[in-house]
Design a protein around this ligand. Structure first.
Ligand code: AP5
Length: 220
C-alpha cells in the first residue's frame, strides 16, 4: 500500500474530522471517519445503525467487534490503496491491536499517529458551535468558520444541523470516555515510535501544515 497512512487521535472537538478532510484533499487518500460511518448507518437504519444509536446518544463507545469489522471492510476498498486517514479509530487498546493485525495482513503499517492537543475550554467552545451539513458532511462552526450560505451548506446547499451528542452533558460524558479508554493509546503509539504531538490551536490550515511537516520529520 502506497501513500499516507495515518491515525488522527484526540478528544472530541480536537478538529480530527476537519483535518481528515484537509489531508484527504492534499494526499488524495481515503478518509475513514468512524463517527461519520456510524451516523450514516443510524440514518439509514441498518442493523449496525440500530445497534450503534443508543451508544452514540449516551456518549459511550460502540463495542469493539462492530467497529473492527466496519474498518476492516472499509480498508479493503480500492480507494484505500492510495493511502488512508483514520479519524476516530482506533479508540481503545483492543481496537489498536486489531488495526495492527489488519495492516499486517495487508502488508503495510502506520506511518504516524497524530495526537491533536487542544485545551478543554476550546473543546467546549468548538462543539457548542459546530454545525454539520446533512448532505455532504462538511463541518462548520457558527463563529470560527460559518457557512457563507447561512443555515445551509455553501457547497451543496443542504441544511446544517447540530449533532445530538454535542449537548453539554453528553460532551462531558464523551470527555470522560476519552480520558479513560482512548488516551492510553498515546502511550501505546509513543512506545512504537510513531506518535507525533500536534498543537491543534490555530487556523485549520496551520494545523494541517504542522501535520504535513511532522510527516516529513524523523522519517515518518
Ligand atoms: P466521532 O464523530 O468520531 O466524534 P469525536 O471523536 O467525539 O470527535 P468529534 O467529531 O466530536 O470532533 P472532531 O475532533 O472530529 O472535531 P471537528 O473537526 O468536527 O464519534 C461520535 C461517536 O461515535 C462516539 O462518541 C462513539 O459513540 C462512536 N464512535 C465513533 N468511532 C468509534 C470507535 N472507533 N469505537 C467506538 N465508538 C465509536 O471540529 C469541531 C468543531 O471545531 C467544528 O465546528 C470545527 O469547525 C471547529 N474547528 C476545527 N478545527 C478548528 C480550528 N483549528 N480552529 C477553530 N475551529 C476549529
Amino acid at each position: 500500500m502506497e501513500g499516507i497512512r495515518v491515525v488522527l487521535l484526540g478528544p472530541p472537538g480536537a478538529g480530527k474530522g476537519t483535518q481528515a478532510k484537509l489531508l484527504r484533499q492534499k494526499f488524495d487518500a481515503c478518509q475513514i471517519s468512524t463517527g461519520d460511518l456510524l451516523r450514516e448507518a443510524v440514518q439509514e437504519k441498518t442493523p449496525l445503525g440500530e445497534k450503534a444509536a443508543e451508544y452514540i446518544e449516551r456518549g459511550a463507545l460502540v463495542p469493539d467487534d462492530l467497529m473492527v469489522d466496519l474498518v476492516a471492510n472499509r480498508l479493503q476498498e480500492s480507494d484505500c490503496l492510495r493511502g488512508f486517514i483514520l479519524d476516530g479509530f482506533p479508540r481503545t487498546v483492543a481496537q489498536a491491536q486489531s488495526l495492527d493485525r489488519m495492516l499486517d495482513t495487508l502488508g503495510t503499517g502506520l506511518q504516524a499517529v497524530f495526537s491533536v492537543q487542544v485545551p478543554r475550554e476550546t473543546i467546549i467552545e468548538r462543539l457548542s458551535g459546530r454545525r454539520t451539513c446533512q448532505g455532504c458532511g462538511a463541518i462548520y462552526h457558527r463563529t470560527f468558520s460559518p457557512s457563507k450560505a447561512g443555515s445551509t451548506c455553501e457547497r451543496c446547499n443542504a441544511p446544517l444541523y447540530q449533532r445530538e451528542d454535542d449537548r453539554e452533558e453528553t460532551v462531558q460524558k464523551r470527555l470522560v470516555v476519552y480520558d479513560s479508554q482512548t488516551a492510553p493509546l498515546v502511550d501505546y503509539y509513543r512506545e512504537r515510535g510513531i506518535l507525533r504531538e500536534i498543537d491543534g490551536v490555530g487556523t485549520t490550515e496551520d494545523v494541517r501544515d504542522r501535520m504535513v511537516r511532522a510527516l516529513g520529520e524523523r522519517g515518518a
